[in-house]
Design a protein around this ligand. Structure first.
Ligand SMILES: [Mg+2]
Ligand SMILES: [Zn+2]
Length: 212
């Protein structure tokens, strides 16, 4: 299905697309989309980049919600993005806790590497947009250019990082701002507020590191 190697734009979810919550996003009712993300996502829809969600959801491993509930919330996020003219080609969710020692939880690059295999991605020309140092570390480990956004935990994360480290990251105010770093994107279109198209099919929407 994916014979042509393409670069990807990896998107962290919580703190980039929807509000991050210290007590985790546990249900659809706790999903609050950030300002300005739908026009930004519309630009990606028309681009040559694969668009891939990579999200740590230890809320599953901690026993707070089930894997099925986490997948259902994520599916609804993706469907909403698509309804507003965006495109998500695949989603990867790590359900593990930090001390599970899995290879998918960011800062490990497992989800990016798995996506590269599944979707035939050119990682060296790919980008990851995230609001945490663990996102940038995962990007670096996969040979992907990371961009830190200051939404979600981003500002706090930037303040916490050493000044010398902070200088190495690309930093943007938000998702729309992050796209300014990425070459080859179509210009922003006039904002179309009336989504009217079929939902794109997705090759994969499941948990990372699981048989599927
Ligand atoms: Mg995040
Ligand atoms: Zn994992």
């Amino acid at each position: 299905m994916y014979e042509t190697t393409r670069p990807a734009i990896f998107l962290d979810r919580d703190g980039v697309i929807n509000e991050n919550r210290d007590d985790y996003v546990k249900s659809w009712e706790e999903v609050f989309f950030l300002a300005g993300i739908f026009p930004a996502l519309q630009r990606l829809q028309q681009s040559a980049y694969r668009v891939v969600l990579v999200t740590n959801q230890s809320v599953v491993g901690r026993g707070i919600i089930t894997a099925q509930q986490a997948l259902a919330v994520n599916r609804r996020v993706v469907e909403t993005i698509e309804a507003w003219g965006g495109r998500i080609d695949a989603s990867y969710l790590c359900q593990h806790q930090p001390d599970d020692g899995c290879d998918c939880r960011k800062p490990a690059p497992g989800m990016l590497l798995q996506a590269a295999r599944d979707l035939n991605l050119d990682l060296a020309r790919s980008y990851l947009i995230g609001d945490a140092m663990s996102d940038l570390q995962a990007a670096k480990a996969a040979g992907v250019q990371g961009i830190l956004v200051l939404t979600g935990r981003g500002l706090q994360e930037l303040r916490r990082s050493a000044a010398t480290d902070a200088l190495r990251w690309l930093v943007a105010a938000d998702l729309a701002g992050a796209l300014a770093y990425i070459p080859g994107l179509p210009k922003a279109r006039d904002w179309a507020a009336a989504p009217d198209h079929a939902l794109a099919s997705r090759p994969f929407d499941g948990l990372a590191g699981e048989a599927r």
